[in-house]
Design a protein around this ligand. Sequence first.
Ligand code: 5GP
Length: 179
Amino acid sequence: MLPSDGMPTALIPVFIPAEALKHRIAELAKEIRGDVPNDDLHFVCVLKGGVLFLADLIREMEGTVTMDFMALSSYGSGTTSSGEVRLVKDLDYGLEGRNVIIVEDIVDTGLTLHYLQEILRARNPRSLRTACLLSKPSRRKIDVSVDYIGFTIEDRFVVGYGLDYSEQYRNLPYIGALQ
Ligand code: 5GP
């Protein structure tokens, strides 16, 4: 059962420690830069969950990096998403000719990411890749391609390091598990 009125953050069990996040994100940054060695990278971060991941990822990147943000809202209820996605905040800049990296917190059913990839691909980027900090493959409803995955996890509801439950817990420096 998930806490409905807030559990003190100190009581949330650690699922992925901060040190492990830091180490893996440095590896991902190297991998991403290695795939686009001599060109600009444009990071598109999905608000709000991807923000901490983006912030740490780009600080590990070499070369020219720019970023932009978008916000999506899913019509799902509780801890599941329906796959009906609405664009709440669009990007400030176009993607034409850019090497775009989508930065997402977690890919669960894959429906949100699939929608996002479709709309961004239509804007003619030079390349479009996706980095997700976490992936829950057992929950997938659609085959979506994710180029960079931080950690593959079992079906747990996780919070912290940008991920929320009812807007809480995003500030935890680690990934915790609520169930
Ligand atoms: P999908 O469309 O892949 O099912 O859902 C993606 C979105 O659902 C994520 O961006 C995230 O906002 C939310 N989500 C999925 N699993 C979790 C989870 O374990 N914890 C939290 N906090 N959000 C999740």
